[in-house]
Design a protein around this ligand. Structure first.
Ligand code: BGC
Length: 427
């Protein structure tokens, strides 16, 4: 007999397992290919002009700016002759534009304020790596133009601006070289240091934190929307895979989408990532109250919740009886809350794995058990949310191994920072 919870999910068109791998893969591949050709597609497939075949120069300090979904981190990075990166002068604060709307001048001023003291302290620095966790068109000189904000950041004047140029103006240091790159691209590069040692055959970067995205390596010959100096070469592509849109939506997804800044954009990201899992859980709980899944007291206390964060979702899944807004519910209601939350995390992990598996099997892979594809997996949500990583890994491996594609999943600390330093020094 179906449990009440699975019946509830069925009625709201929320899948408890993902069938139709080939439908997903087919749709995903056709969006990837349209994106590479520059045709209308939910996968932007943004070129980076960054290759993966250079070695890292040692003892040359770089300033790294890591503008993430939640935090802005700034520091200095220097590699030693063994390729180990040393991080100094580290600072961290809230990402500008997440605590209220900013003008462009205020946005770049907030970053420049953190960069200036490092440049003043070390006059030998000539290079900056700017890790930017938002969709940007990268130009051949490796500056990047913001296409639009995601993750609800508010600094609308920055859209359309060249990030490197604006920052160097604020710093009043036009002679510095700056490389703008996406966080998934930096993550791929940081993983490569590890993958080289283990003789991997290919590379990818995957991030599942506040937002979600994937970087892969593509043949220049397939990226027909831009001109190439080296048609036979390869480069890293920022897929912006969180925007994949050919997905069926449950009632909860539809309700949440209507409450976001741009309801038609980043549909996949809004089903799987840290910025949205809490609000999505809130939608699920509210519908469960309406559908009578809780007792009277449970209904009252859940209906009184103004919002639910991803952290709270994690707390109730990890420690149902303490430090979470549901801890005082009766056993039965608490059990339902946990079952609903687990189903949400399981679906997110499956969808994340589906998109990564599809991205990795578009090109013929030369991977083997001995020479797998090295995937650097970064992001707070995938590593901290109870049950996420385990479900993601097992789903990914089962999808890939049946196609004889082999992956080595790594998690390198400070990947966006180290990868940005590598990009700035090698490209
Ligand atoms: C952004 C991507 C980014 C991802 C992970 C998304 O919201 O659009 O550019 O890579 O989040 O941080």
């Amino acid at each position: 007999m179906r449990s009440r919870v699975s019946e509830f999910f069925r009625q709201h068109a929320f899948p408890l397992s993902l069938e139709g791998d080939s439908d997903f893969k087919g749709a995903f591949h056709s969006e990837m290919e349209a994106g590479l050709r520059g045709e209308n597609s939910s996968l932007a497939m943004l070129p980076t002009y960054i290759g993966v075949d250079k070695s890292i120069p040692s003892r040359r300090p770089v300033v790294v700016i890591d503008a993430g979904g939640t935090n802005l981190r700034v520091c200095k990075v220097t590699f030693d002759e063994f390729g180990e990166g040393q991080i100094d002068d580290f600072s961290k604060e809230a990402m500008p534009g997440t605590q209220g709307e900013l003008s462009s001048a205020q946005f770049f001023e907030a970053i420049a304020r953190k960069v200036k003291p490092i440049l003043e302290k070390d006059a030998s620095i000539e290079t900056l790596g700017f890790c930017f966790s938002y969709p940007a068109e990268i130009l051949p000189n490796r500056d990047g133009r913001l296409l639009f904000w995601t993750k609800e950041v508010r600094a609308p004047e920055v859209v359309g601006q060249c990030l490197g140029e604006q920052l160097l103006k604020k710093l009043d240091r036009p002679e510095l070289r700056i490389t703008v790159l996406n966080d998934t691209v930096a993550t791929l590069l940081a993983g490569k240091a590890q993958g080289d040692v283990d003789r991997c055959s290919g590379y990818a970067g995957f991030i599942l934190g506040t937002g979600m995205n994937t970087a892969v390596v593509e043949n220049n010959g397939d990226i027909t929307k831009v001109q190439h100096n080296d048609l036979a070469g390869e480069q890293v592509i920022n897929m912006e895979s969180g925007n994949f849109s050919r997905l069926s939506q449950s009632d909860f997804d539809k309700k949440l989408l209507q409450k976001t800044g741009d309801p038609d954009a980043y549909i996949l990201e809004k089903m799987v990532s840290g910025a949205y899992l809490g609000p999505l859980f809130h939608e699920v709980l509210f519908s469960a109250v309406d559908d009578g899944l809780f007792g009277k007291e449970g209904c009252e206390s859940i209906a009184a919740l103004k919002d639910v964060s991803a952290l709270e979702l994690n707390s109730v899944l990890s420690h149902p009886f303490r430090e979470n807004p549901f801890a005082e519910l009766g056993e039965q209601d608490l059990g339902v809350v946990v079952e609903l939350g687990e189903a949400l995390v399981q679906r997110a992990a499956r969808l994340s794995a589906f998109q990564l598996a599809a991205a990795l099997c578009r090109r013929t892979s030369s991977s083997s058990r001995l020479h797998p594809i090295c995937v650097n997996v970064d992001g707070s949500t995938i590593h901290k949310m109870k049950g996420y990583y385990v479900a993601f890994e097992s789903q990914l491996k089962s999808l890939l191994e049946e196609k004889d594609i082999h992956v080595m999943l790594v998690h390198k600390e400070h990947s966006p920072i180290l990868g940005s330093a590598i990009a700035a020094l090698t490209n």
